[in-house]
Every structure is written in structure tokens, then in C-alpha cells.
Design a protein around this ligand. Structure first.
Ligand code: FAD
Length: 425
């Protein structure tokens, strides 16, 4: 089949590779001039600090100091180890940190993968897809295809909660999409809102230069707050809103005279090139998908990489392989009525468990069963034990030692670590 892939980030590269391996023809549309997507770091930021204007100029949301939040052993694509050369740290880094390389190393890795996997030559750089529609066949900006894989990423459109009083707040406001370095926070009283890894990383980094940082989020719940060399880092309850320069907390307390407020509140799914009749986006949830992957009504339209709290690269690869094989009819797809029923049952299951809509794409530990289901249909081996053990060890470390888990050695042996230590011996 002739397949259009939208985006040449990690998901688009993995998808193009699997499609080619399954014998399909591929055109990868990439709006920028390089592969790597989010990992193509830039110092540039949007003109509006919260990044809410619909015309997005900057794709990457990485900050200058960022190291991966997963060990590179887990991040690698199958058949393309994320080796020492990609992970080599500056000499001042402790060895354990090599397992969590600087973002520039991931960019190198993806560049290498694009060439080694034979994908780079299929990428049409500088082409931002504006419209995908369905006549008898798919049309991508007017060009015909049999199938489309959407891989446009979901870490570029800031999600900012509507907090009362925000518009009157006189201090600096910023979303983490626009954060690169801590310099502009020097000497300030700062509040950081956000419950994920970025919130923790950035509050620590800013606390090194700020007068004080109040961190509102789940991180550090099971662990003491880190000591900072200069500033002061404090935990605070959830934020209710603003009153002039004060931040009002849900327990009624206030943080007075706040100079800066940083939202680390995540991102939204957005597909500006797709008509709403093809796919709807609810509260951070892409509706109407079978197996979180293909449109129930149009299974030749795939969305690779939507789930979160997962190990992204291997998940992209297995989703892509399943889609590539599906297009080859290597296994049967349930009927339209059965797909609809499966989708309805899944929503009922999530609702029954009280899961909020914005968490419907959350997989966490459920990713292992999900990956194994996809692999089974493709006739592939299940997720190896070392992967599961390392994922659990990493998660436990990150929860218990949020400040320095990247510095800690990982006990579980992985094929990559074994190969590297054999070379070192
Ligand atoms: P992207 O990398 O965003 O790529 C999408 C591509 O699509 C881009 O190249 C973009 O230019 C292109 N595009 C978009 N719209 C169009 C269009 N209309 N036409 C043409 N091209 C288009 N994951 C990990 O595995 N390990 C980590 O340590 C890690 N840390 C992270 C830290 C941060 C701060 C964030 C935000 C995410 C992190 N992630 C991490 C998750 C990361 O997003 C994924 O690993 C992965 O890079 C996502 O790949 P993607 O291809 O889905 O999206």
C-alpha cells in the first residue's frame, strides 16, 4: 500500500521503518528541516509565554539541561541499541547518569536510526500537512494514499488550567513548553504547578537561583524535598487561583508577593489538519479509536503514540508494526460493529473504575499487556522480563528518590549493560 506518515519524530520514524519492512511504500511529511521531532532542541520560544495562540511556531518543549527520564536501555528501538556512544556523558557526570543521557544524545540516536533504518530518504522536509481528507482514497494536501499514520506528537500544545484571577496576576507567567533555562527566575519568589517529571525537575533547577520556590504537585510525595544550594524549595497544597500578586491555595492559605508562576501542566492532543468528522478530541482523549490506535470507522487511519506514562519508543514500534501488518491483512480485523462494541466496552470499563476522561490514554503498567496483545497478533515475542523488571525498578527509584534517581545505579541487568560491561572488561 501507499502510506502517508505525518511527522518524522520518533513515532514517525518507527512507523515508516515498520511500513517499509512490511513492504509498503511510504512518504513521510515533516514540517521542519530535520528528523527527531521533540528531541530537536531549540533555544527559541513562542512569543506568548503560555503558548496558547493557535499558530504554533516552536515544536520542541525540551529545556537545556534535560536528561532523559527513562534509562536508555528501555528507550531503544528493537534492533537498534542506544549504545554508549549515544549516551556518553560529559566527564564530570557519574557513571550511573549515562543510563539517563542528555537530550542531545537522544537526538543523535534518532538521526542515526533514520539513516540506518533507511527511513531518511523517504522524508519530505519542510512540508507542513494542512489537510487530510477521505474521498475514495485518503488525500494528504491533495495527494492520494491508501492509508495515513498520524505521528504529529502531543507535547507542543500547552494545557493551562483556567485558574481564577490568572489574567490579573501581575507577575511573570510561563508554561514549561517555553522554559529553557532558570536565569530569568534569579532572586524571585516562584510557584511551580505540575505533577509530572518536568514539574519536579524544573522546581529543583529554579530553586538553585530563585529566592524561593513553592512546588504544588504530587512528586516528592513519598520522599523528602531536596536540599537546594541557594534558594529554598517548599511543597505547597493545590493551587485554587490568584488574587492580585498572591497565589491562593485550596486549603485557604496564600503565598503572598509571588513574582513568577510556572505551569508544568502538560499538553493537549491536536490535529489541525483533520476534519472533526474524522476524529474528535475530548478532554485530552482522542475519541473513537480501536486499541488506542486506528479509527474505529476508518481503520486505515492510525494515530501512533497517543498513550502516556509508557516507554514511548518501543510502544511506537509495536503499534507501527501492528498497523503495517494490518494493512497487509496478516490477521483479520474485527467487523465494524465489533470494533464499535470493543470501544464502547473499554469506555464503560474506564468509567466504571472512575477514571477521568483526560486519563483514558494513560497506560502505566497496563502497557505490558497492551504491547503483548499487539505482539501476539503480529507473531512477535512478548515483552522480555528484563524490560519489565527495569521499568519497575526505574519507577520505584523515581518515586522514592525524585531528586537523584538518575544518579543511582540500576540493579537489574539488561542485555545492553551486559554487553557494555563485557566490552569494558
Ligand atoms: P514528536 O517528537 O513531537 O514528533 C512529531 C513530529 O511531527 C515533529 O517532527 C513535528 O515537526 C512533526 N509535525 C507536527 N505537525 C506536523 C504537520 N502538520 N505536518 C508535518 N509535520 C508535522 N520520552 C522518552 O522515551 N524518554 C524521555 O526521557 C522523555 N522525556 C521527555 C521530556 C519532555 C519534557 C517531554 C515533553 C517528553 C518526553 N518524552 C520522553 C516523550 C517524547 O515525547 C517521546 O519520547 C517522543 O519523542 C514523541 O515522539 P513523536 O514522534 O510522537 O512526537
Amino acid at each position: 500500500m501507499n502510506v502517508a506518515v505525518i511527522g518524522a519524530g520518533a513515532a514517525g520514524l518507527a512507523t515508516a521503518h515498520e511500513l517499509l519492512a512490511a513492504g509498503h511504500r511510504v512518504a513521510v511529511f515533516e514540517q521542519s528541516r530535520q528528523v527527531g521531532g521533540l528531541w530537536a532542541y531549540t533555544d527559541a520560544t513562542e512569543d506568548d509565554p503560555l503558548g496558547l495562540r493557535p499558530s504554533r511556531r516552536i515544536h520542541s518543549s525540551l529545556y537545556a539541561s534535560m536528561h532523559t527520564n527513562l534509562p536508555r536501555d528501555l528507550m531503544a528501538f528493537d534492533g537498534c541499541p542506544f549504545g554508549d556512544a549515544d549516551g556518553a556523558p560529559p566527564t564530570s557526570c557519574r557513571p550511573a547518569r549515562m543510563r539517563y543521557p542528555h537530550h542531545a544524545r537522544v537526538f543523535d540516536y534518532l538521526q542515526r536510526f533514520a539513516v540506518d533504518a533507511g527511513v531518511a530518504r523517504h522524508v519530505r522536509f519542510g512540508h507542513r500537512v494542512k489537510r487530510v481528507d477521505l474521498r475514495r482514497r485518503w488525500r494528504v494536501d491533495g495527494e492520494s494514499f491508501d492509508a495515513v499514520a498520524v505521528c504529529n506528537g502531543h507535547f507542543s500544545e500547552p494545557r493551562v488550567p483556567a485558574l481564577p484571577g490568572l489574567e490579573q496576576f501581575p507577575g511573570m507567567v510561563l508554561h514549561s513548553h517555553n522554559y529553557r533555562r532558570p536565569d530569568s527566575f534569579a532572586g524571585l519568589r516562584v510557584v511551580v504547578l505540575g505533577s509530572s517529571v518536568s514539574g519536579g525537575d524544573l522546581s529543583r533547577e529554579i530553586a538553585e537561583v530563585a529566592a524561593e520556590v513553592h512546588f504544588s504537585g504530587r512528586l516528592f510525595r513519598d520522599a523528602p524535598l531536596p536540599a537546594c544550594q541557594t534558594g529554598l524549595l517548599k511543597r505547597c497544597p493545590p493551587v485554587a487561583g490568584f488574587e492580585a500578586a498572591s497565589v491562593v491555595l485550596e486549603n485557604g492559605e496564600r503565598i503572598e508577593a509571588v513574582d513568577a508562576f510556572l505551569f508544568c501542566t502538560g499538553y493537549r492532543y491536536r490535529f489541525p489538519f483533520l476534519d472533526a468528522s474524522l476524529i474528535g478530541v475530548g478532554d485530552n482523549w482522542v475519541r473513537g479509536l480501536y486499541r488506542q490506535l486506528v479509527a474505529v470507522d476508518q481503520p486505515t487511519l492510525a494515530f501512533v503514540g497517543l498513550p502516556f506514562r509508557i516507554v514511548p519508543f518501543p510502544l511506537f514500534q509495536r503499534q507501527a508494526r501492528w498497523f503495517a501488518r494490518l494493512l497487509n491483512r496478516d490477521f483479520p480485523l474485527p467487523s465494524h460493529a465489533e470494533r464499535r462494541r470493543a470501544h464502547r466496552r473499554e469506555i464503560e470499563r474506564l468509567r466504571g473504575k472512575g477514571v477521568a476522561e483526560r486519563h483514558y490514554h494513560f497506560l502505566g503498567d497496563g502497557q505490558i499487556d497492551y504491547l503483548n496483545d499487539l505482539a501476539r497478533q503480529c507473531g512477535d515475542a512478548p515483552v522480555p522480563d528484563w524490560f519489565i523488571q527495569l521499568w519497575r525498578e526505574h519507577n520505584a527509584n523515581a518515586r522514592l528518590h525524585p531528586t537523584d534517581h538518575r544518579e543511582r545505579p540500576l540493579r537489574n541487568r539488561t542485555p545492553l549493560a551486559a554487553a557494555e560491561s563485557a566490552v569494558a572488561d
